[in-house]
Design a protein around this ligand. Structure first.
Ligand code: GDP
Ligand code: MG
Length: 252
């Protein structure tokens, strides 16, 4: 049996409104990681997580299910939680067992009642929170408006790691390997925003990227960056937290 150190184990709960596609997403992740040869289907009752006779018959999750896979030398334990409020007794305990709550949103419906509930419960438990916008291929979806809705509900710090491309047929990576076209905004802009935000909260990351010659904080000049101008919160700009050599300093 594979052995993984604690550093290489992640526990993630897929939570959110019923019908947002959590069980289908779990299936897709298992296939992508090579743990399953092909995805099962909700309609045929062949998914890993909806395995009880009643779930197969009803075509939705009724209890918590666990599925595990390995990717990039990391063991992932996924908890697929039912989304109906009636089954919250099964989904709330999932949050106590994980480090990350992935709140899945149905792109057709936007922020729904259980989206808000899970965002709040996960925040109360101090969990990392990840918002996954699912069903982007469906009809009547406006992803730009949905991003605004998410940011209005949960803060401007909700930034896209991926942006839709090819009229919602695929996504472009805006963080790890930023490249490609997008349906709105741009990879470059989204990447800069993400890096600026991560740098603000993660000093280790700041040290790592501070050795890169190519990246510079966006608009990091005395005139254009309000925080730099005030000499306050921006870590790489503040006189007390001046970054490693080669970085523009706004304190001068
Ligand atoms: N068009 C589309 N349908 C999806 C997608 N993901 C799930 N579905 C469908 O949405 C329905 C609910 O999916 P399910 O995984 O049971 O949602 P859950 O209740 O959040 O677990 C099923 O009919 C799925 O086939 C998606 O990305 N696009
Ligand atoms: Mg489900």
């Amino acid at each position: 049996m594979e052995q993984h150190s604690l550093n290489n184990i992640r526990t993630i709960a897929l939570v959110g409104q019923a019908g947002s596609g959590k069980t289908t997403l779990a299936e897709a992740l298992l296939v992508k990681a090579g743990a399953l040869p092909a995805p099962g289907s909700i309609e045929r009752g062949t998914t890993v997580c909806d395995y009880t006779p009643l779930e197969k018959q009803q075509h939705h999750s009724l209890k918590l299910a666990v599925a595990s896979f390995t990717t990039q030398n990391t063991r992932i334990h996924l908890l697929d939680a039912p989304g109906y409020p009636d089954f919250a007794g099964h989904s709330i305990p999932a949050l106590a067992a994980v480090e990350t709550a992935a709140v899945v949103i149905n792109a057709q419906n936007g922020v729904e009642m259980m989206t808000g509930r899970f965002m709040q419960w996960a925040a109360e438990l101090g969990l990392d929170r990840l918002v996954i916008v699912n069903k982007i291929d469906a009809e009547n979806v406006n992803l730009e408006a949905l991003l605004e809705q998410i940011q209005a509900a949960y803060g401007r710090e909700c930034l896209p790691l991926n942006l839709p491309a090819g009229n919602r047929a695929r996504v472009s990576d805006c963080f790890f390997a930023p490249a490609g076209e997008t349906d709105f905004s741009s990879v470059k802009e989204a990447h800069q925003r993400l890096v600026e935000q991560v740098v603000e909260v993660d000093e280790k990351f700041m040290r790592r990227i501070s050795t890169r010659a190519t990246w510079r904080p966006r608009n990091c000049t005395n005139r254009s960056n309000a925080r730099c101008a005030r000499g306050t919160s921006s870590r790489w700009c503040s006189p007390r937290r001046r970054p490693a050599r080669g970085w523009p300093s706004c304190s001068t």
